[in-house]
Design a protein around this ligand. Structure first.
Ligand code: SAM
Length: 242
C-alpha cells in the first residue's frame, strides 16, 4: 500500500519509523512518505493560513498550497488515491473503516491545523478523487497528525504479512462485534489473583466457550450498544451466558 501524508509538522509523524509500522515500511508492505505542506508555498514566510472570511477567531488553511500538494501527489495521469481528511466533523473511524482502508492501493492524508482547511480544497478534490473526512471521536485535537498515526496503525496491522500471527486479528475486540475476553499469562497466581482454572485445563472446546461467554458478558456490561447490534446472531448458548 502506498501512503502519502501532508502536514505542516512532518516531524510529528516520526513514530511511523518505529515498531511494526517501521518494519512494514522496511519490508515494503507500506510505502509511506511524509510531506511538508510548506514545500508548496511561494512567499518568503511560507504562509499556509489566513483569517477566516465572515470573521471569527483563529486562522484557516489557505487553498493554494493544498491545491498544489494534491496536484503533485495525485497527478491526473496516475491511479487515483483516496483522500482522507481528519476532522472532528468527519465520519467516526471504526474497525470496519480500517478494513475498508486496508483494501485501498493509495491513501493520501491531508492534516489540518488551526480552524481547518479551506472547504474549497475538499470540494475541488472531490471532483477527481474519493474524499473522506474522518473523525477519531467527539473531541477536538490541535491537528490531524495524531489522527493519522491512529488510523495508520489500525490499517497497517490489517495488511497481509504485517502481524506474525494473523489469527489474532480474528479473535480481538471488534472483529465480530464483541469485545475480547480478558487475557492472562504466567505466573498462574499473582498477588492473590488466580488465572481462571479453565484456561489451564487444556480443554480447547471449553476454553473457546469460556472466552465467548466472557466476551459476551464484558460486551453486555461495557458496550450494550454493540451487543444489541448483534441481535439475531446470538444463539441459545450465547443468550444463556448473559
Ligand atoms: N474548527 C474545527 C471544527 O470545529 O470542526 C476544528 C479544527 S481542529 C482545532 C484542527 C485540526 O485538527 C482539524 O482540521 C483536524 O485535522 C484535526 N482534528 C481535530 N479534532 C479531530 C478529531 N476528533 N478527529 C480527527 N481530526 C481532528
Amino acid at each position: 500500500m502506498r501512503v502519502d501524508v501532508v502536514s505542516i509538522f512532518p516531524e510529528y509523524l516520526t513514530p511511523l519509523d518505529l515498531s511494526l509500522i517501521g518494519r512494514a515500511r522496511a519490508r515494503g508492505v507500506l510505502r509511506l512518505a511524509v510531506h511538508d505542506l510548506r514545500t508548496w508555498t511561494h512567499d518568503v514566510h511560507r504562509t499556509v493560513d489566513d483569517t477566516p472570511y465572515g470573521g471569527g477567531p483563529g486562522m484557516v488553511m489557505r487553498p493554494e498550497p493544498w491545491g498544489e500538494a494534491l496536484d503533485a501527489l495525485a497527478p491526473a495521469d496516475a491511479p487515483t488515491p483516496r483522500l482522507l481528511v481528519p476532522s472532528p466533523a468527519g465520519a467516526r473511524f471504526t474497525q470496519a473503516m480500517a478494513h475498508e482502508l486496508a483494501a485501498e492501493e493509495h491513501l493520501l492524508f491531508a492534516c489540518g491545523r488551526y480552524e481547518g482547511i479551506d472547504q474549497r480544497v475538499l470540494d475541488h478534490a472531490a471532483t477527481r478523487m474519493p474524499v473522506t473526512e474522518v473523525s477519531l471521536g467527539d473531541y477536538v485535537l490541535f491537528g490531524g497528525e495524531v489522527a493519522v498515526l491512529v488510523i495508520l496503525e489500525a490499517v497497517t496491522r490489517l495488511l497481509p504479512g504485517v502481524l506474525g500471527n494473523a489469527g489474532s486479528l480474528d479473535e480481538e475486540s471488534h472483529a465480530h462485534g464483541l469485545l475480547e475476553a480478558p487475557v492472562y499469562t504466567k505466573p498462574p497466581s499473582w498477588r492473590g489473583h488466580e488465572v481462571p482454572e479453565i484456561l489451564r485445563s487444556g480443554d480447547h472446546g471449553r476454553i473457546a466457550r469460556w472466552r465467548r461467554d466472557e466476551a459476551l458478558r464484558r460486551t453486555a456490561r461495557r458496550r450494550p450498544d454493540m451487543l444489541a447490534a448483534l441481535g439475531a446472531e446470538l444463539d441459545k448458548k450465547d443468550r444463556a451466558a448473559l
